[in-house]
Design a protein around this ligand. Sequence first.
Ligand SMILES: *Cc1c(COP(=O)(O)O)cnc(C)c1O
Ligand code: SF4
Length: 341
Amino acid sequence: MIPRITATRQVPAWQVELSRAISDPAALLQQLDLGPEWLPGARAAAALFPLRVPRGFVGRMRRGDPHDPLLAQVLPLHRELAATPGFGSDPVGDLHAMKVPGVLHKYHGRVLLVTTGACAVHCRYCFRRHFPYGEANPAGGHWSRALEHIAADASIEEVILSGGDPLLLSDGKLAALASALEAIPHVRRLRVHSRLPVVLPERVDESLLGWLADRRLRTVVVIHANHPQEIDASVAAVCRRMAAAGIDLLNQSVLLKDVNDSPETLIALSERLFEARVLPYYLHLLDRVAGAAHFSVDADRAQELAGRLQARLPGYLVPRLVRELPGAPAKTAVAAVFSPF
Ligand SMILES: *Cc1c(COP(=O)(O)O)cnc(C)c1O
Ligand code: SF4
């Protein structure tokens, strides 16, 4: 997305920053002082799902460390190309659930709108990396069918803006959508799931707070941070700003092998989030999407990690360990297992 500069409209700073995101594997490796041995694999995997990462996020990575936990989430690797049994292209049954284009109505009382296919960062573990956004995307200004679906079903109390990343849409579009939703009497809550406060905190500016805060609708922002190193001072500052504007803040993470699959990391993540006024919400088991098998943590290990967190943290800082099973009426809880030390 190249923002157009006109005499009357100033390009927001976040769009400028977004347009500077790194998409060339060689540039990323150079920035981090990493050797060319990573390049062929990165190029091959990027041909299937391109590299994309904002510079500010790269700035939080350790230079010279190919196993940095932030880098591991974005660097395309050769092993993504290996087919793994059980890892497919629609792991959570999204295509089946989409009755109106862009509307996922799987659970009682809440619908999820796929507002855009674009993201500011391309996470290698993403469960939507194969999603046919072209067919699903109602954001070309055509919200009417989605709004009709919501208006016609009085059981819908909460609308979730998802994607892709909904905060890549302009504030003008989002404000119009929020106002249209607010005009539906049975809608009470607006929830935004976005990784932008973490990967591009510049996105949380006056203009965004202008349409998101002070609504009749109760507003919830669910940020997506997986590792405490992602939450630097700039991220904490924008989270505190949203909290001060009356927005409720939650975090969801994905449990990722060699990124955050240790009790120390997950404990530090919860503590760092809380300092930024964000409560941990979900810790997801990885969706079994093709190309992401190397991030998988098995359920036994996940349950043991959940037990360690519960044994160490106050209950409100323990994220719920869940997995998404196609056809289930909600995310499915995975029980903690306590180990004797
Ligand atoms: C995960 C998800 C939700 C939200 O579920 P909560 O448990 O309320 O966070 C809603 N709709 C769809 C389609 C989802 O995948
Ligand atoms: S930000 Fe979310 S939707 Fe976008 S690539 Fe990352 S995990 Fe996927």
